[in-house]
Unconditional design. Structure first.
Length: 298
């Protein structure tokens, strides 16, 4: 109930300032997919926003006493909007209460899903009695699949969410298939479908079975073994990034993932060394140095 009140307060204030925003995951998922916000546990608020509105939204949230974890100067903020995907905020009601996202994942994951497309295909649902726009169920299935894969399925609830959506009678599997082929994430979708089936007994619809990739049963079995323990991977370990590479079926996407990972500087690099703006591109070298240092200590 507290999160619902905060969500409505945030949305009302942002919209009063001309900023369009969409809740997804969390409360929006609980009400639209489970039918009741009390039927799915959630600990924060996830909001999607357009990148061009991020600065204004941060200013509005500051007036609501939300404090961003990152406070970046203009040059770094511009780069972060291109390579990153979210700002996290604390509030009087709790730490890490809000995630404001303008992309689905950091750029180095090499799934360039456009937030603008999500806004264009959004649907209206009720959350705690307030009508809001949220990603379509087809888009939500893909977004939740990517999110679960990013964290290597460390929480069973993420697979439960997918299993609930799989039961929907009018889900547009042909639309999902088109987007899966476009972003070359067939292996990720296959693993999510198999895990929902094996762990929760969710039936794989005939239209969805056409997307299944052959020959990854060993990978599915390995991931299936992770889930009951609930122990997340260390997301900066070599083992984690090897798994991320295995999740991509196309060699070009594996190359993009690795190259972006090695060369994309972020808040860690910017904080480790202060460079003048005209040397900003040199942060790529700082990134390479930091990655090499981490590998050397493994």
């Amino acid at each position: 109930m507290m999160l619902s009140r905060e969500l409505i307060r945030i949305m009302d204030t942002l919209e009063e300032n001309g900023i369009e925003v969409m809740p997804y995951k969390g409360l929006a998922l609980a009400d639209s997919v489970y039918g009741d916000i009390a039927l799915r546990q959630t600990g924060d608020i996830d909001l999607l926003i357009r990148a061009k509105d991020v600065s204004r939204a941060c200013a509005v949230l500051a007036k609501l006493n939300f404090v961003a974890h990152l406070d970046l100067p203009e040059r770094q903020q511009k780069a972060y909007l291109q390579s990153g995907y979210e700002y996290m905020f604390d509030a009087p009601a709790g730490r890490n209460l809000l995630e404001l996202q303008w992309a689905i994942q950091p750029r180095f994951y090499a799934v360039d899903f456009s937030a603008e497309e999500l806004f264009e295909r959004a649907i209206a649902v009720s959350v705690a009695g307030r009508m809001v726009r949220t990603p379509s169920f087809e888009d939500s299935f893909i977004l939740l699949s990517l999110h679960a894969a990013k964290h290597l399925w460390a929480k069973l609830i993420w697979i439960c969410d997918l299993a609930r959506i799989m039961k929907m009678n009018h889900l547009g599997w042909s639309q999902i298939k088109d987007r899966v082929e476009r972003f070359r994430i067939r292996r990720i979708l296959t693993l999510n479908l198999l895990l929902a089936n094996r762990l929760l007994g969710a039936s794989i619809p005939s239209q969805a079975s056409e997307m299944l990739e052959d020959g990854i049963e060993d990978l599915a079995a390995k991931i299936e073994g992770f889930v009951p323990g609930g122990a997340p991977f260390h997301m900066e370990s070599v083992a984690y990034f090897r798994c991320m590479l295995r999740l991509r079926e196309h060699p070009g996407d594996r190359v993009r993932f690795a190259s972006r990972l090695l060369l994309t500087a972020g808040p860690g690099e910017w904080a480790s060394l202060k460079l003048p703006d005209f040397l900003f591109p040199a942060y790529r070298l700082v990134r390479l140095s930091r990655v090499a240092s981490k590998l050397a200590h493994l």
